[in-house]
Design a protein around this ligand. Structure first.
Ligand code: CO
Length: 209
């Protein structure tokens, strides 16, 4: 069996497994979605949102890109965000980074990555914002881990800058969470982003609603 045939065989088995537990499973799934969470994570093949969170289809709205970035002029992430917040009414937004992130690593090295340059530049900007703290870390591996955490934090800040998030926070107390998936242990780490503090700090400049 080639790799593609294998996938279709897996799918057949998955359908059979679902139906053996609940014959109406797909009928129910077809009726609509009402997820509680929006998850923004890295495209890395090792970081599977639903699997590691232990959630089922219908429970989490997912967006993935290189290095879990929230960029204000990226129509893709902004469409996902606005749809999730304003139409699906999610109550939690999670930005999940991961240790050993290739995107973050690439941003720490001076290589011309072609079309990836403008994307990675956003991560370099995070480095510049936190240069003092990062450059004080002498061990390269630890500096790399810290940049991954700070990148998550800055993407949370980028979310809070949007009108959709500010409005949903005011109306129904929507929250933004920053997590890191530790690829070496499988554990999810809550960075305990201080949502209220960030909101207060940036509102002077970014208040929209
Ligand atoms: Co990654």
């Amino acid at each position: 069996m080639d790799k593609i045939e294998e996938i279709f065989a897996n799918n057949k088995q998955w359908v059979a497994d679902k139906l053996s537990v609940d014959p109406g499973y797909f009928e129910q799934l077809g009726k609509g979605q009402s997820p509680e969470f929006l998850y923004i994570g890295c495209s890395d093949s090792r970081v599977t949102a639903e699997d590691m969170m232990g959630v089922q289809p219908g429970e989490v709205f997912v967006h993935r890109n290189i290095a879990n970035m929230v960029i204000s002029i990226d129509l893709n992430v902004m469409s996902v965000l606005n749809y999730a917040v304003r139409h699906l009414n999610v109550n939690h937004i999670i930005v999940c980074g991961h240790y050993a992130c290739g995107g973050v690593k690439a941003a720490m090295q001076s290589n011309d990555m072609g079309i990836l340059n403008p994307w990675l530049r956003n991560i370099r900007d995070v480095y510049r914002l936190h240069k003092e703290e990062l450059n004080a870390i002498t061990e390269e591996e630890k500096r790399y881990d810290r940049l991954i955490e700070l990148n998550v934090q800055e993407q949370c800040v980028n979310l809070i800058k949007t009108a959709a998030v500010q409005q949903a926070y005011k109306e129904r107390g929507l929250r933004v969470h920053g997590w890191v998936f530790d690829i070496h242990t499988g554990k999810l780490i809550d960075l305990k982003i201080n949502f209220h503090k960030i909101l207060e700090d940036i509102m002077e400049i970014y208040k929209l609603v």
